[in-house]
Design a protein around this ligand. Structure first.
Ligand SMILES: C[S@@+](CC[C@H](N)C(=O)[O-])C[C@H]1O[C@@H](n2cnc3c(N)ncnc32)[C@H](O)[C@@H]1O
Length: 278
């Protein structure tokens, strides 16, 4: 064997590693839309109370991207971002807080904590986005969480969650979306129709390498009617369901409107807003 061939035969396959920075950067780029979230929060709150919402609590905040956008809206805006996991929280501090002014930093409190723990401050808005509350598989646990939120929003507050569904959401299916430097894979691995439990993964493909199972979601798939009922059981007397407008070519147009009636489709994402009875 020549020197060249020997070296080639001994060459080990290098398995690329995904850094924390790349992991959360790709996650945010793939699934988050803080501008869209702010639009619906501000608009719907103003419709109800005829004033701007100023104090936000972002539950299950992850990298707390939304809270960072929140405090940038103006001097009166304050946010609490709550997550159990210090890793995404620290990513947010490293990558987003560094872009905040001194005043904006002062108005953002990043809390490593459990959303079920008592929270002393009353806020105008609590959000639980990217379906994070699907972590609660038992009705009783979800009810306890909604009850805790009810206490935090008082009479002038709203609670907004997002959720997804549609016939495709229950099928074992891997959906791919291309971004500038990576491909995002949303992989439904398993759905149990008896318990409603589901297992999803996020994979990222960068160049020729696919980073498998970068995020794992072991969830219960909750539906709109049962979520509305549990919110009511938690004492949130007014519950409003939203649906996304049609873009005319089979997709959504990004505009959400309040309704109780919608056409079924393969895949949808929407919001529910709840508040205490006036
Ligand atoms: C799907 S991520 C959502 C991140 C972010 N909200 C978003 O929109 O992309 C779910 C987050 O919930 C956090 N989490 C799970 N259970 C929690 C709990 N009981 N209290 C606080 N955070 C929790 C996890 O650490 C994780 O960062």
């Amino acid at each position: 064997m020549t020197e060249f061939k020997r070296r080639k035969a001994g060459k080990k396959k290098v398995i690329p590693k995904l850094s924390i920075e790349d992991k959360y950067r790709m996650y945010e780029e793939s699934v988050q839309n803080p501008e869209g979230d702010l639009e619906i929060i501000n608009r719907e709150y103003f419709k109800i109370f005829k004033k701007k919402p100023l104090l936000l609590r972002e539950d299950f905040s992850g990298t707390s991207l939304l809270s960072h956008h929140w405090v940038k809206q103006g001097e009166e805006y304050k946010a609490f971002a709550v997550d159990l996991d210090p890793v995404p929280l620290d990513y947010g501090i490293r990558n987003h807080s560094s872009g905040l002014s001194h005043s904006e930093k002062q108005r953002l409190k990043i809390i490593q904590g459990n959303v079920l723990d008592p929270f002393l401050n009353k806020v105008d808005v609590v959000v639980a986005f990217n379906f994070s509350y699907f972590i609660f598989k038992k009705r009783e646990d979800l009810l306890n969480y909604f009850k805790a939120v009810k206490k935090s929003i008082g009479d002038n507050g709203v609670f907004i969650i997002d959720l997804f569904g549609g016939t495709e959401a229950f099928q074992e299916f891997e959906e791919k979306t291309k971004f500038k430097k990576h491909i995002y894979h949303w992989d439904c691995k398993n759905f149990n129709p008896i318990t409603g439990e589901c297992l999803y993964y996020i994979h990222f493909k960068v160049g020729n390498h696919k980073f498998e199972k970068v995020f794992t979601y072991d969830w219960r798939m909750w539906g709109i009617p049962e979520l509305c009922e549990i919110m009511k059981d938690a004492g949130l007397g007014v519950v409003t369901t939203f649906w996304e407008g049609d873009d005319g070519i089979g997709g959504g147009n990004g505009e959400f409107y309040a309704t109780k009636d919608a056409e079924n489709c393969q895949s949808w994402v929407t919001y529910i807003l709840a508040r205490n009875t006036p």
